[in-house]
Design a protein around this ligand. Structure first.
Ligand code: PMV
Length: 316
């Protein structure tokens, strides 16, 4: 029996600029965050088993082939990863140590896929190549998101900061940062899933495409301007770009009341700029906070939100 204990890790992510507009072919920028997720695979007496204690009230115990309402997508994603690793019936147990909250737009599902696949690659004695890892992660991500753009799992696998544009060749390009960005990330429950938010915006767009295309053009221009500002470490300009992007996202109808509150609190307590990150309708916000980020974190926590100071875009 294999006695190997194998580990894999992956960071979470934030979308810095261009969520939603990216669906309509405009550029987006995403970056890895310091918080992430670790996977440990070890031999077990019985078939594949997955534990994610920090995502379940009393721990998730997933047994393939058994119906477990509420956690089926995680079980199916686990099965997809085992399949990709050629370990469908292996006797192993995987434990996920998740520092990321699930389902708020911080890349938890992509980090789950990448960390898990990395641990399985090591467990079988043949780590995935980068290309194979990305391909396998796409299969796992599809279980959660249907048709993922690829932005999430690529930035989570490669780390650093990436510019992404659908239909461009290559679709992904690294963005050079003068220094990792000091940010505060805050989050709360979402009022709907990514699919719902994207779908409702699609309806508004299709009813009046000329208006929404102009809005997406404006968001795309911000992302282009941000590539330059990130390269120069121009925080004043990046703060303005965050604020403008948030205003456009609000205009697009994807900002929820919780996003507005978190953004306002961050700005009131010294952020240079703040915006929602990810799909919106609740979920996460990101604030540029080079000075005293702890004040912003405390103010957000006092208002009942989860918040942490971190740096984004560091190359892993
Ligand atoms: O699922 P999230 O919260 O990371 O955000 C998805 C980003 C969107 O641009 C809204 C959708 C997409 O497919 O890019």
């Amino acid at each position: 029996m294999n006695t190997r204990v194998s580990t894999g890790a992956a960071p979470g992510k934030v979308i810095l600029f261009g969520e939603h507009a990216v669906v309509y072919g405009r550029p987006a920028i995403a970056a890895a965050i310091e918080r992430g997720l670790g996977a440990t695979a070890e031999p077990a007496r019985d078939g594949p088993r997955l534990d994610i204690p920090r995502w379940g009230r009393s721990g998730l115990h997933i047994r393939l082939g058994e119906r477990q309402p509420g956690i089926e997508s995680v079980a199916r994603a686990f099965a997809a990863a085992l399949e990709a690793a050629g370990l469908r019936d292996a006797r192993l147990r995987v434990t996920i140590d998740a520092e990321l909250p699930p389902g708020v737009g911080l890349g938890s599902s992509a980090a789950f896929a990448i960390a898990l696949l990395r641990s399985l690659g090591e467990f079988r004695g043949a780590p995935f190549s980068t290309g194979d890892l990305l391909e396998a992660a796409e299969h796992v991500e599809r279980v959660f998101h249907g048709t993922p753009s690829g932005l999430d799992h690529t930035v989570v696998a490669l780390g650093g900061c990436l510019r992404f544009q659908r239909g461009r060749e290559p679709a992904f390009m690294p963005v050079a940062l003068a220094e990792p960005l000091p940010v505060v990330v805050a989050w709360t429950q979402r009022e709907g899933g990514t699919r719902d938010v994207v779908g409702r915006l699609r309806e508004r767009h299709d009813a009046q495409p000329d208006l929404y295309e102009r809005l997406f053009d404006a968001m795309g221009d911000l992302a282009e301007a941000a590539v330059e500002a990130l390269g120069h470490g121009d925080f004043a300009r990046l703060g303005a770009l965050f604020d403008l992007n948030h205003g456009y996202l609000n205009a697009a109808g994807v900002s929820g009341l919780a996003n507005e509150r978190m953004v306002a609190i961050a700005r009131q307590h010294g952020a240079l700029g703040a915006k929602l990150t990810g799909a919106g309708w609740g979920g996460a916000v990101i604030a540029l906070a080079p000075d005293h980020p702890e004040r912003i974190v405390s103010a957000l926590q006092d208002a009942g939100f989860s918040a942490t100071a971190t740096r984004v875009g560091a190359t892993s």
